[in-house]
Design a protein around this ligand. Structure first.
Ligand code: FUB
Ligand code: ZN
Length: 635
């Protein structure tokens, strides 16, 4: 059975094809392995227990007669469906009897709750049954249906059991009987069903599901009345909703080639990377409406950057990569994944952030101005539980994002210690063994396993930050890699050939476009794909008062270094070096420059940890953007 995350095997308009999830196995010592193990051993079982405790399963059981009250927001069904999708991905790669039995019980409850007409919602029943599809701008009925479809496809691909798939198809058929040309033309206020219908089409080959997705994508979004995605001029509104509709649009292009949709998705992508994404890969600047702000509106402490928004944009980037083969999309996947997405979960894989700010004063309180302050601690449970199972399904499916294939081509987009066994069109089985300490070290050894010599091209992504990248194959001259592209090694490969890829990881101090007013006079520290932050636990000086010296045209002083710390945060490279702490001066809030007030500076040693790992040592103040000393006077 084909078990990719997205089955592109019949998609006529993709440049790259996905590989089955079990085709890529992350090694025991891979960067992502401890977190993925925590996800399976802690995250999934604990969340399942919490979903049960909070009534999510009972919400289904009461439709089959259990005498309990309905609990939770109106979209709780989707939380269980996302959990099921995650469990499905786990079971695609390993047997896990405990998960399997939880899954079987859930599927039985869900199947028993479905109406004879195929409709399924635990909210719009009984006295609310008459309201079905009446409040689509907020009802989440099709959103839940979409997550059901994705979960069902993942399970069917894992176990071959079609019970949940049949439930999903019956719901899809019901939707198809209500919505479409000449029928109801309203869309769900929360996109999701579009991309799910297209995967359901890929799995079942039922054309009506693709047509319904195309129809819904052609309609305005009922929430906020936004134009159809192919006509939207910029990224506006709710960031998660936007990312899911962009995924749906990209899925449609894979199947139909729709040029207008493709051109607009590319334009919207430029809008994202040109002014609406944080240096951490976080997306969604505003609390109000969980929405994008204006271009360059990227506040740090007030960043929303919902974990789900990072996941949605990661999924959209993957689809754009499949469509184009362009490195910019894989680079964005990596950027989002290692930073703003990974910060959404703790190191053990069972506590989650909803918001991912880039600065925090470390206090757990409501701010003096009354606005919500993001917590400094991740939680196992959130009243709105969208993020935890979203993280879980992403982590469970992660191996499916590293490698793709095309005619006589294999592409490596993300690096970690792994073994891949893929079927390359026109070639046959190709095995890659990747040994590396990435993201802490840019040295990557790739051993090519073949049954016999074969001619194909190995495409290795060269990140934009990897100046001086080079690959060595056998004793041949080094091949230079152009940052931001793929290094293509086309040759007659022999079994056991080894490629040594070197991606230099310099310490970088990044500055933001001057229009990002909050980041003026500050730098963000980065090494390889990892964005760093300063946390109060490591400093006596308040982190808001730290500053580093950077020289325009040069960057950080040479005395700054990257240091491997086995003992810290599960093992991380910290970057550290000399900087300054500010000595507060008695002065009025505003003073004439002519009065000559100066800010005193004292030397301070600065240690920066990976941003994703902040708040894993208790409540702490944190900053990604650190003042640059060029901006402050020294007395
Ligand atoms: O509406 C369902 C989910 O809840 C959204 O995707 C999240 O942004 C949160 O609002
Ligand atoms: Zn969320």
């Amino acid at each position: 059975m084909a078990t990719p995350i997205l089955d592109t095997s019949h998609s006529p308009h993709v440049r790259l094809h996905t590989v089955p999830l079990p085709a890529v196995r992350l090694a025991d010592d891979a960067f992502w392995t401890p977190l993925r193990r925590g996800n399976v051993e802690n995250g999934l079982p604990r969340l399942h227990g919490l979903l049960e405790e909070n009534g999510h399963m009972d919400n289904f059981r009461r439709l089959a007669g259990k005498d309990v009250a309905r609990r939770g927001p109106l979209f709780t069904d989707s939380d269980l469906y996302k959990w099921i999708e995650a469990a499905g991905y786990v079971l695609q790669t390993e047997d896990h009897p405990d998960l399997r039995s939880l899954l079987e019980a859930d599927i039985a409850d869900i199947a028993a709750a479905q109406g004879d007409d195929g409709y399924l919602s635990t909210y719009f029943i009984e006295e609310r049954a008459g309201e079905r599809y009446q409040h689509l701008e907020y009802s989440h009925e099709m959103y839940c249906a979409g997550h059901l479809m994705q979960g069902a496809v993942a399970v069917a691909r894992a176990t071959g059991d079609d019970t949940l798939l049949q439930v999903a198809c019956r719901f899809a058929d019901h939707l198809d009987s209500v919505f479409g040309p000449g029928r109801n033309g309203t869309t769900d206020g929360h996109p999701e069903v579009e991309l799910a219908l297209i995967e359901l089409y890929r799995h079942t080959r039922e054309r009506r599901y693709l047509d319904l997705a195309a129809f819904l994508l052609s309609r305005p979004q009922s929430h906020a009345n936004l134009p159809p995605i192919a006509q939207r001029e910029s990224l506006i509104g709710h960031a998660v909703r936007s990312s899911y509709i962009c995924c749906g649009g990209a899925d449609l292009v894979m199947e139909t080639g729709d040029p207008e949709m493709m051109a607009n998705l590319q334009r919207l992508w430029q809008d994202l990377v040109g002014g609406k994404i944080y240096v951490t890969g976080g997306v969604g600047a505003r609390y109000e409406g969980e929405a994008f702000g204006e271009p360059y509106e990227l506040p740090n402490a007030r960043a929303y950057a919902e974990t789900c928004a990072q996941i949605g944009h990661f999924m959209w980037a993957f689809r754009m990569l499949l469509l184009t083969g362009e490195g910019q999309y894989a680079e964005a996947m990596e950027w989002i994944l290692y930073n703003g997405l990974r910060s959404g979960v703790d190191l053990d894989g069972y506590q989650y952030f909803y918001m991912n700010p880039l600065a925090h004063d470390g206090k757990e309180s409501v701010s003096a101005t009354g606005h919500r302050v993001p917590p400094t601690q991740r939680s196992t449970w959130h009243g709105c539980t969208c993020c935890p199972p979203n993280v879980q399904r992403l982590l469970a499916s992660l191996p499916g994002y590293f490698v793709t294939v095309a005619e006589r081509e294999v592409h490596v987009h993300l690096y970690d210690a792994l073994e891949a066994a893929v079927d390359v069109p026109g070639v046959g089985p190709v095995r890659l063994k990747i040994e590396t300490r990435y993201p802490w070290d840019g040295g990557i050894t790739i051993t090519v396993g073949l049954d016999e010599a074969a001619d194909f091209a190995l495409h290795l992504r060269i990140p934009t930050w990897a100046d001086g990248a080079a690959a060595f194959v056998g004793g041949a001259q080094p091949l230079a890699g152009e940052p931001g592209t793929y290094l293509v090694i086309q040759r007659q490969w022999q079994p056991g050939d080894v490629v040594q890829l070197d991606l230099p990881m310099a310490l970088e101090a990044l500055e933001a476009h001057p229009n990002v007013t909050e980041d003026r006079g500050a730098v963000a520290l980065k090494r390889g794909p990892i964005v760093y932050c300063v946390e109060s636990v490591d400093h006596r000086t308040p982190v808001a008062e730290l500053s580093v010296s950077v020289t325009p045209g040069e960057g950080l002083p040479a005395s700054w270094e990257a240091v491997w710390r086995e003992d810290l945060l599960g093992g991380v490279v910290v970057i550290e070096g000399p900087g300054f702490g500010c000595v507060p001066t008695e002065r009025p809030l505003y003073a004439a420059v002519a009065q000559g007030y100066k800010t005193g500076q004292v030397p301070a040693h600065i240690t920066a940890i990976p941003y994703y790992a902040w708040a894993n040592r208790g409540p702490a103040a944190m900053r990604v953007w650190v003042a640059s000393k060029a901006d402050r006077e020294v007395t």
